[in-house]
Design a protein around this ligand. Structure first.
Ligand code: ZN
Length: 293
């Protein structure tokens, strides 16, 4: 194995640089898009897909995210069979959905369900950016709204991981309606005084950033995540001003009060456990409800 690696590396050295990236055997090695370090995929996975040289956070699929977040063997999926229709008969939409289903093994761009994290029961939803760029159509909105309702009924804290390009253009106004639907469901959860933690991962943009993912009681992001509504160029043209270099990064938003925390992936599970612990038993370590309530 090691011998193969050196032999292959020597061979690649003669290939023009733009071809090198494509020639790295997928599944064995992965190249960091930020610093160029090449790591064994297995090593990278052990480090939760965070580059050891520069801490770049590679994107995680929904099943990967669930595996590194939820206690082993403690996840029960909701609504796995819900599939998108093509209400506007948008050109090629059905075909694209079918291809993404084959590619990801998922029926839609979000996986929802319940499980335990550090022994604490939660309702959890995780978006998958491989499926139509994690865009929110009717099914994504519906699955999230149903997960919120489950959290409200069972009084389990809700944790949603977002990774999305925004609303799904192929479903037009129906996909925009999901912003209102998910937000309304969360308002009900809020009134029921059930905790909602939103975890924004790279990228969280458009209608997802402008609805449920910004409505957490606690909003957490992964380092370096791109979070924003419209793209930089559109905003610069509209306001006719140059934007700062770090605009729309997790760190910029933390500095300006839009986020509560930026947490490296390697510390995220422990951070969530701590938050769940603090909010269990009405927020008191001794299990009594605070007297001010
Ligand atoms: Zn790197």
């Amino acid at each position: 194995m090691l011998k193969d690696f050196f032999r292959k590396q020597r061979r690649y050295a003669t290939i023009p640089s733009q071809d090198v990236k494509r020639e790295i055997p997928e599944g064995i090695m992965q190249k960091c898009p930020r610093c160029g370090t090449i790591s064994y995929a297995k090593e990278l996975e052990k480090n939760l897909k965070v580059c050891k040289s520069c801490s770049y956070h590679f994107s995680l699929s929904a099943p990967e995210r669930i595996a590194v977040t939820v206690d082993e063997g403690r996840f029960f999926e909701y609504d796995a069979d819900l599939k998108s229709l093509d209400p506007l008969e948008f050109p090629d939409y059905k075909n694209k959905l079918r291809k993404d289903m084959e590619k990801t093994g998922l029926n839609e761009a979000v996986v929802t369900g319940e499980g335990t994290i550090g022994g604490y029961p939660v309702v959890i939803g995780v978006m998958d950016s491989r499926f139509r760029m994690g865009s929110m159509g009717s099914v994504v909105g519906e699955k999230i709204a149903r997960a919120v309702e489950q959290a409200a009924t069972k009084r389990y804290p809700l944790i949603l991981f977002s990774a999305s390009g925004g609303a799904r253009m192929q479903e037009g106004v129906l996909s925009l309606m999901q912003m209102a639907k998910t937000s309304a469901a969360l308002e009900r959860l809020h009134r029921e005084r059930v905790l909602f933690v939103s975890v924004l991962t790279n990228p969280t943009t458009g209608g997802v950033s402008a609805s449920f993912s910004s409505l957490g009681d606690i909003n957490i992001a992964e380092p370096g995540a791109l979070i924003g509504f419209a793209g930089r160029r559109v905003i610069e043209q509209t306001v006719r001003q140059k934007l700062p270099d770090d605009f729309q990064t997790a760190e910029f938003l933390l500095k300006h009060g839009q986020l509560d925390m930026v947490v490296p992936r390697t510390e995220l599970r422990q951070t969530l456990i701590k938050i769940l612990e603090l909010h269990a038993n009405g927020g008191n370590a001794d299990g009594k409800r605070p007297s001010t309530l």
